[in-house]
Design a protein around this ligand. Structure first.
Ligand code: KG4
Ligand code: ZN
Length: 336
């Protein structure tokens, strides 16, 4: 059987990435050019700076991905590209590059939803089986998505304010950590204990929604009060207490949603899925409370933004005959 090779492009935020994926599940190359250092001094992603970096990097990443995979454009069967959600200027660079490449090599253009991409990253661990539940936790999103079958997405719960990753980055800023601070808080948390009292918002409510802005405010108040009273703060314990609160809520709601819906697999994906505390706790709870459900979480390098996941999702779209024409535009607030 002939192998189907897809060139995939991701440029929705601060990583320029190009990958070559075989049959939706084998990574031949996955080049990721991170711009994180350029945004650090601003404490967050600056859209204009992101666009400029994407312009500089995109063609180099395409060449690099082809060379690393040892694949010629003539061997490809399609070009997948993230068209939303994300920063409009950043998305447009990837889309323009994808159109140009597709046109030059007479290849079909496959539009990909970035959040679907995060879910399909699990496909590199093992084949997805439906129905499944996905916990998507990133810098911009926190949502529970029910997939009855491939290509069908139902949001059963989502954050009403901040995303989980956003909460990590905001409290990290208060602690003087550099952006993005999720990983560092995760490390600090492992050296501390849950000694500060932070809220578990909406944990008992009869829905699958989340809220992290109250936790963020509570954290900031704790830090400011201690500073005013000249009390000493134990940063490891602050990190541990914050992280426990985030994990408690994410895990409790996810497990409940999985008990409500008939599922075979639980997938966790997105940048915050790299969190070691969250991975460990969710895995343990699934084993304990969800017999028969397989828990899948992509390896760390596939949790953050990357084009391999876009290639996996593009393969599914192409199989369904979902292609785009050259009118394809960025959709910054694309949802399922
Ligand atoms: O999916 P992603 O790379 O980009 C978006 O689409 O948002 O997610 C980035 C987010 C950031 O907020 C970052 O702080 C968070 O993922 N993150 C983590 C960890 N590693 C990255 N949050 C908690 N623990 C981690 N280990
Ligand atoms: Zn993402």
């Amino acid at each position: 059987k002939e192998r189907k090779l897809i060139l995939a492009i991701e440029s929705s935020c601060d990583e320029t990435s190009v990958a070559i994926i075989e049959d939706g599940s084998l990574i031949l190359s996955n080049v990721v050019a991170s711009q994180v250092k350029s945004h650090q001094r601003f404490g967050g992603v600056v859209p204009e700076v992101a666009s400029r970096h994407h312009v500089e990097e995109i063609t180099l990443c395409i060449e690099d991905a082809l060379t690393t995979a040892d694949v010629k454009p003539s061997e490809l069967s399609g070009v997948g590209v993230t068209y939303g959600p994300g920063l409009v200027g950043a998305l447009l660079i990837g889309i323009s590059a994808a159109k140009a490449f597709a046109w030059a090599h007479d290849l079909p253009l496959i539009p990909v939803n970035h959040m679907a991409g995060h879910i399909y990253a699990a496909q590199f661990v093992e084949p997805l089986q439906f129905p499944l539940m996905a916990l998507l936790v990133s810098g911009g999103h926190t949502e529970l998505v029910y997939m009855k079958e491939t290509g069908s997405f139902e949001i059963v719960g989502e954050t009403r304010d901040d995303a989980a990753g956003e909460a990590y980055d905001k409290v990290g800023r208060v602690l003087g950590l550099s952006y993005p601070s999720g990983k560092e808080i995760d490390n600090l948390a492992h050296q501390g204990q849950d000694t500060y009292q932070f809220p578990r918002a909406m944990i008992k409510e009869d829905n699958y929604d989340f809220s992290f802005s109250g936790l963020k405010s509570s954290f900031i108040n704790t830090v400011h009060n201690a500073q005013q009273r000249d009390e000493e703060l134990v940063i490891q314990d602050l990190a541990a207490s914050f992280q426990e609160s985030v994990i408690d809520v994410l895990v409790a709601k996810t497990i409940r949603a999985c008990q409500e819906y008939p599922i075979k697999q639980l997938v966790m994906a997105g940048g915050v899925a790299a969190n070691q505390g969250l991975r460990d706790r969710l895995r343990a709870e699934v084993t304990k409370k969800l017999p028969g459900v397989t828990f899948i979480v992509p390896p760390l390098r596939l949790c953050g933004d990357n084009a391999a996941m876009v290639g996996a999702a593009a393969f599914v779209e192409a199989e369904k005959g979902h292609f785009a024409d050259y009118q394809l535009n960025a959709d910054p607030s694309l949802t399922f």
